[in-house]
Ligand binder design. Structure first.
Ligand SMILES: NC(=O)CC[C@H](N)C(=O)O
Length: 326
């Protein structure tokens, strides 16, 4: 599409087209490791965009709540960089892509630390750092901060939390191995409790887009004006989202879509177009790596249509939204 045509169509039309072109892909499967995730409506599909100038576009099921799951890893890492400090966080969790599945039981052999905070081993270590730094208040602080990033008070799915806690033997195994390796200092049970709780926070595609916009505007929520995260923490978070956010699909994603992102097995993807846009998608059917099939397809379409790839010289996202006009 030419630039002129884009402007005539407007961003809403571009998003509508991305939704229409990708909604027919019914491949993939719901997560089934807990009954609550296997019960969600597989047809749901929403795409939401929020600019750093505060413009909002939503198409499809953008107000349907689902559990944030692994997308919490990105925001928890951002909070840990602040609460525990950069050096302490880096001493416990690396920043190298692992190339392994999200729940792999593998640590960096050079450091005996988890590879990065975007896979379970690293995220559990981050939850431990938060549990230590914030004590019994850790979950409340985390939920408040996630809520501030979304610009509204977020809820929590008690049933998902209970199921995660009851069935999370692999995560328990990982936590004990982290403790054995010295990467995890905090109490194993307190750490896992925080990890399972943070995975069970309820969000919508619109929330993810607003959270993304908060990261895109370097920590300030563009809709509320609140300063949610420190600049340094956002920089570190976006870096690991870019290199590790899509698990063992991260390289492919960086090549094709080219924006920092984080996915979760609840079906959400949060994407950040630096200094321009937050993008949130929801579609619960997952591919074999645990990423939303239609979410990936929608991001590919948007990246192509709007030139969102970090190295794409034809970026048109901000021009269309007037994102730099304020
Ligand atoms: N990839 C994910 O979203 C994984 C989250 C899930 N609760 C787990 O820890 O296994």
């Amino acid at each position: 599409m030419s630039e002129a045509k884009h402007e005539a169509y407007g961003l809403e039309k571009v998003v509508q087209h991305a939704h229409a072109r990708t909604r027919g892909d019914l491949t993939g499967a719901l997560a089934t490791y807990i009954p609550e995730l296997a019960r969600v409506d597989p047809e749901r599909f929403g795409i939401a965009l929020v600019s750093v100038g505060g413009e909002v576009v939503g198409v499809g099921d953008v107000e349907v709540p689902f559990t944030i799951q692994s997308i919490s890893k990105a925001l928890a890492y951002c909070l840990a960089l602040e609460a525990a400090g950069r050096d302490r966080v880096l001493a416990h969790v690396g920043v190298e892509p692992s190339g392994d599945a999200f729940n792999a039981i593998v640590f960096d052999p050079h450091t005996n630390r988890p590879y990065n905070p975007m896979v379970n081993a690293g995220a559990i270590t981050v939850s431990g750092l938060l549990a230590q730094a914030l004590g019994a208040e850790a979950f409340d602080v985390l939920l408040d901060r996630f809520s501030a990033a979304a610009g509204r008070k977020l809820g929590f799915d008690e049933a998902v939390y209970r199921s995660e806690a009851e069935t999370g033997h692999r995560n328990r195994g990982i936590a004990h191995l982290l403790k054995n390796a010295g990467a995890l200092e905090a109490d194993v049970d307190a750490t896992l409790d925080l990890y399972f709780r943070q995975c069970s926070i309820l969000v919508t595609a619109s929330d993810l887009a607003r959270m993304g916009a908060t990261l895109a505007s370097i920590g300030e929520n563009p809709l509320t004006g609140a300063t949610v995260f420190a600049v340094e923490a956002v920089r570190g978070t976006l870096s690991v989202m870019f290199t590790c956010g899509m698990y063992d699909f991260a390289g492919n994603w960086a090549f094709d879509v080219g924006v920092p992102a984080k996915s979760g097995v609840g079906g959400g993807i949060l994407g950040v177009v630096n200094r321009q846009l937050g993008i949130g998608t929801y579609s619960p059917r997952l591919d074999t790596k645990g990423n939303s099939v239609r979410g990936i397809a929608a991001f590919r379409e948007l990246a192509e249509e709007l030139g969102l790839h970090i190295f794409d010289p034809t970026n048109r996202g901000s021009a269309m939204l007037g994102a730099f006009s304020r």
